[in-house]
Design a protein around this ligand. Structure first.
Ligand SMILES: *[C@@H]1O[C@H](CO)[C@@H](O)[C@H](O)[C@H]1NC(C)=O
Ligand SMILES: *[C@@H]1O[C@H](CO)[C@@H](O)[C@H](O)[C@H]1NC(C)=O
Ligand SMILES: *[C@@H]1O[C@H](CO)[C@@H](O)[C@H](O)[C@H]1NC(C)=O
Ligand SMILES: *[C@@H]1O[C@H](CO)[C@@H](O)[C@H](O)[C@H]1NC(C)=O
Length: 827
């Protein structure tokens, strides 16, 4: 009775956790250099650190800021990226000497180009770190030469340190920047340069708290608003409960700002900032912004519909290794800036919501003629009281096992003329993932590896007109086509990919780019329903194994009795689920092990000889992936260990190698000799490999050919034999169950104390100590919510995973056990 209630508690407990364990996996993964997903690399022995990217309007030239050079790359041709011209711009020996005398590492002293922007129709404006003494220059687009006799001073425009992040944007010939403006890196500033006439250069006032040790991410210009928005992270001093709580911010300035007349002279009068909150209800916030990109509204839609998609990570170790994507709507940002502001008490250094009367609206454009009183008010009221919440008040997507560093967003019109949002996400480990945002959540269509070594500085640039993505790293510039539709060789694959770029052309029988054709295409982005989109009649068990369709053919697998047989099932998608079937017989879990890679393991007995069919199910659609016929070897001599020394290495079929039209695909088995009483079958020495080939046809159903006119292909019914062995298992089943219950009770008594301990250690930011006494409601909310769940999550996920893993090892205890207890196996 007691164990029963315990068990039901456990089940309820696990059921409660399971929704949190959902993982987003890319459907297909391509490693660097795989022919199915060709990437073009530009690199050159005399060029390095190609990390600042600027694409020409026509998408044919990519300007690259590199180390000691600015390059113009011809990216208009399919085959290769070539260098059109190169401008060398390096510090003198003297500059370098001074740089290293100031204590900087020589490798950081060159001129790393960090600002590269179109100034007007004929010129680019570029700035570089220039031996920790930043400089800027005008470059002619036509000749790629400097046109100013002497470079400009780059202070406030470009960082000194090449590893410091900065942002810069030129609008109407004026340069807006966010960077640190001193050698030591502790004077951050948002400023305007290259202004003319009554438009003067502006910068931030030195007022306490305008910026608090920020990391600048990006800036965007919204034409309808005549505003520039800056995105950055900084120390959130309004959260005084913890030493260095990082918050993400959006800040705004108006382009028509010219500063005040007495108060705020040559200073912004329109600067305001607000917190960007990437948080779902019961979790800790993903508080550190990594990158953000703007998605302009649809043609004809108001500017308020502009969206910003950002990548956020967490400063807490609970969420380390995870990143979240959140989207923010411009209208929400605007209404936060139009609301109340916080004020800083200069004596206590405490922030509070303003109670005094509003003198003017901070953040409003056109304050240049305002009274000193109004400007003083603006100067003190720049932190919006409210936070900008994500669209739908929830995270767009969370990736549990990847840290994203950069993203680019675009809208793609699918075959049904509906628009879909596509995110290109660059992972720290060097993969470019492509995700489509659907009503039910994100679907990661694929990932393509673009670099191998971790890159401290990198950049992503989307060419929407040419359907290309560029990634700039220290190793070079990589170009990846937004899609390779011809990789999907059947209608089913094309539809299951759910890639808005790709649709199935039924007349050409090919998966083609949607934008290149006007004909009808089969596609179903929202549901991925193959049967509907491809007009396929589903195959039922009956038709598959009906009297006429009995799979008399299949790959022949000859085994000796008592051998361990492993049948492989090729997988084309990481989202597919493999099931094995036998005609007229269930696969009892006592005799068959389903391995995690989709293959099937069992001991050859008279009951297990016969036909096996592997079916792959993805999104409700089932395809036959492999058919085998397991048969007893005719010659008993093959049982001798002579065969067992061959081939220890196991080839793992990857998605790339599997099943091209008309290509040969390989399936492998490892018939394994197992002595009935042998306790530890050594996997390597007793393994022999038989390689068999199977053929895939281009159709949706796999056809199998073989030389099977044999009479001994008769199918045996496994059921009676399994039943006969049932009693042997009953005892063990009871013992195992009792042990399991015991394990669970131990786990449940130990867990709470472990969790309490972990909670205590994990609520603290990685490098900070908590100020436990005073906690604001915000903080409590932040800390309470997700903490518990997350710890539980991690723990349970881990143990579940481990349990699972040990259960499926082919030579592992589970199998050994059932092996050893197959008493007097017939024959
Ligand atoms: C696209 O995939 C096909 C089939 O896998 C391959 O032959 C082709 O080279 C690929 N093209 C690119 C540009 O990656
Ligand atoms: C672009 O700016 C440069 C530098 O200020 C100037 O010399 C050039 O005349 C400008 N070109 C046009 C077309 O305005
Ligand atoms: C400021 O006000 C003065 C008169 O009060 C006016 O002449 C001037 O044009 C105004 N400046 C701006 C930039 O609006
Ligand atoms: C420049 O590239 C080298 C490798 O070529 C790398 O080690 C270094 O970190 C890069 N520096 C910057 C500032 O990107």
């Amino acid at each position: 009775m007691e164990s029963h209630s315990l068990l039901s508690f456990t089940v309820a407990f696990l059921g409660f956790l399971s929704p949190c364990v959902t993982r987003l996996a890319p459907r297909v993964s391509f490693t660097l250099g795989s022919p199915e997903r060709h990437v073009t690399l530009f690199n050159s022995h005399d060029v390095s650190n190609t990390t600042t990217l600027l694409l020409s309007e026509d998408g044919d030239t990519l300007y690259v800021g590199a180390r000691d050079a600015v390059l113009a790359l011809d990216v208009g041709r399919q085959e290769a990226i070539t260098m059109r011209s190169k401008l060398d711009w390096r510090p003198s020996e003297n500059d370098l000497e001074q740089c290293s005398m100031k204590g900087k590492k020589m490798v950081d002293c060159p001129n790393f180009i960090r600002v590269l922007q179109f100034l007007n129709a004929t010129h680019i404006y570029a700035c570089g770190t220039f031996a920790f003494s930043p400089r800027c220059t005008y470059i002619s687009l036509e000749t790629l030469t400097m046109t100013s006799p002497k470079p400009d001073e780059g202070r406030g425009r470009c960082p000194y340190d090449p590893y410091q992040r900065n942002t810069a944007i030129i609008v109407d010939g004026e340069l807006y920047t966010g960077t640190v403006a001193d050698y030591r890196g502790n004077r951050p500033v948002i400023s305007r340069h290259l202004s003319e006439g009554s438009h003067v250069d502006l910068k931030l006032d030195d007022t306490l708290g305008w910026l608090e040790d920020p990391t600048f991410i990006r800036s965007n210009f919204i034409p309808d608003e005549e505003k520039i928005y800056f995105f950055f992270s900084e120390v959130g001093r309004e959260y005084d409960f913890i030493d260095k709580f990082i918050v993400s911010r959006v800040a705004q300035i108006c382009m028509n700002d010219v500063g005040g007349q007495r108060t705020l002279q040559r200073r912004w009068t329109t600067f305001a900032k607000a917190q960007l909150l990437c948080q779902s209800d019961n979790e800790l916030p993903y508080n550190v912004i990594q990158d953000i990109d703007m998605l302009p509204p649809l043609e004809g839609a108001p500017a308020d519909d502009t969206l910003f998609y950002g990548i956020f990570t967490s400063q807490w170790s609970v969420n380390s290794g995870r990143s979240a994507v959140c989207s923010f709507r411009l209208s929400d940002i605007k209404s936060v800036f139009a609301g109340n502001y916080k004020v800083l008490n200069r004596d206590t250094l405490q922030w509070s919501t303003r109670v005094q009367e509003k003198v003017t609206n901070p953040g409003e454009c056109g304050l240049h003629n305002a009274s000193d009183n109004a400007l003083r008010f603006v100067k003190e009221n720049f932190l919006a009281d409210d936070s900008v919440r994500p669209v739908g008040r929830s995270l767009t997507m969370v990736c549990a096992d990847q840290n994203y560093s950069h993203l680019a967003v675009q809208r793609v019109q699918a075959a049904n003329k509906r628009n879909y949002t596509i995110l290109f996400l660059l992972t720290e480990s060097g993969y470019l993932q492509k995700a489509v945002l659907l009503d039910g959540g994100a679907h990661i269509i694929e990932e393509v590896q673009v670099f191998e070594q971790p890159q401290p500085v990198k950049n992503l640039q989307l060419s929407i007109s040419k359907h290309m993505v560029y990634v700039g790293t220290s190793e070079g510039v990589v170009r990846v086509p937004a899609a390779n539709c011809s990789f999907y060789w059947t209608c089913a694959q094309c539809v299951l990919a759910r890639d808005p770029f790709c649709g199935w052309d039924p007349t050409k029988r090919a998966c083609v780019e949607v934008s290149n054709t006007q004909v009808y295409l089969s596609q179903d982005i929202d549901r991925g329903n193959v049967e509907e989109a491809c007009n396929i009649v589903p195959i039922s068990h009956r038709t598959r194994f009906g009297p006429d369709n009995l799979p008399a053919a299949g790959e022949l697998v000859s085994v000796a009795l008592n051998e361990v047989v492993r049948l492989q099932c090729p997988s084309v998608s990481k989202l597919s689920h493999q099931v094995w079937e036998r005609p007229n017989s269930r696969l009892s879990s006592e005799l068959y092990l389903h391995l995690e890679d989709g293959s099937l393991c069992f001991v050859a007995t008279p009951a297990t000889l016969g036909h096996y069919l592997c079916l792959s199910t993805e999104n409700g659609y089932q395809q036959t992936m492999a058919v085998y016929q397991v048969k007893q070897k005719s010659s008993p001599t093959t049982q001798t260990p002579v065969t067992s020394t061959r081939a220890q290495t196991r080839p793992t079929p990857t998605t790339q190698t599997v099943a091209q039209p008309g290509q040969q695909t390989s399936a492998w088995i490892w018939p394994q000799r197992t002595e009935p009483r042998q306790r530890e079958p050594e996997p390597s020495s007793s393994t022999s490999e038989t390689r068999l080939t199977t053929r895939h046809s281009a159709g949706n159903l796999t056809k199998w050919t073989g030389n099977f006119a044999r009479k001994d292909a008769e199918l045996r019914d496994g059921e009676p034999l399994l039943l006969a062995q049932g009693s042997c298992y009953l005892k063990e089943l009871i013992i195992v169950s009792v042990l399991l219950v015991l394990c669970f009770s131990v786990l449940i008594t130990i867990l709470p104390s472990v969790i309490r301990k972990r909670c205590r250690t994990r609520t603290v930011p990685q490098a900070a100590t908590p100020a436990r006494e005073r906690r604001s409601p915000v903080e409590q909310e932040a800390l309470r919510g997700g903490q518990f769940l997350n710890n539980f999550n991690k723990g349970s996920e881990h143990s579940l995973h481990n349990g699972h893993a040990s259960g499926v090892v082919c030579n592992g205890a589970l199998l050994k056990n059932s092996n050893g207890h197959l008493p007097n196996t017939p024959i």
